[in-house]
Design a binder for this molecule. Sequence first.
Ligand SMILES: [Zn+2]
Ligand SMILES: [Zn+2]
Length: 303
Amino acid sequence: MDDKRRKKDVRAALERTGRRYTVLNRELRATSQCPGRVFLLQELLTECATWPPATVDWGYDSALAPEVFESDLLGGAIPFGTVLELAGALAQEGRGVRLALESSLDPLEEAVVVSSSRSGRRRFQLVLSQDMVNELCRYPQCRNRPVHWTIVRCARHLAESSVKELVMMAEDWGMALSDDIGQQDPLRFKGDPHADLLIKVATAHGAFDAVCTAFLRSLFEDPVLIDERFTGTEALDVRHAIDREQMRLHRIAVAEVRRIRDEAGSCVSCGGNFRSGVFLDVPARFCSKDCAPPPPATKPTSV
Ligand SMILES: [Zn+2]
Ligand SMILES: [Zn+2]
């Protein structure tokens, strides 16, 4: 989408919604990689509420198929239930969230839509043969599911996350675990594979400390608040659980650095040998911070 077209779309959206130019412009940039037109969830819901059911040839007993309508916005038949599922998945973003088709709809099979709001860009597979929606990895065009709803990329594309994104995922995942165990019975926590995965990716970026700290704070408690929130043995238990998990994650990080170094053989930038010690603030494939490239800026299309 060129700038002229985007400006036109922003103006049209401003007239429809009365929202601020900068917000709309940012959201439009995020959805502008998609070839289809940009529309609001509200507009899709209006279609869903007002369009009559359509008759389509499924090629099998239509009693087994969902009830659909012909969506002008998506350019094909879509189950009423799929639209409602999508609205449910986007409940936090609200009805003003912007949507765009990532690629043309595959009739009666599926469509991938990209949503863009202040909380980020998300991708959804709309299943057109069932009342169903699947959230996809946030990497453009990727067909995989995210590792978890808080870890918003697939295992392959997690490695391409920025440090800021990894910190956010570690916080969200720690929070998800916290309700269940972190704050109820901290000593029962014995480690977790998703946390290990985040730590390994963070280590490759030289960002062990930031990601580990974010995870532990969300899972258990911010160390400076422990004495305010817990008393006596409870506070001791929380500190002990934090220390134990921190050491466990540290061991995972050191092992990951060694694995990455073994795989690389030498610094991928200068070809020199790795230093003998393990430095978790240096991206693991480089011999020093001087050799590591500056961290990439977070793109507007990412998390
Ligand atoms: Zn992916
Ligand atoms: Zn080097």
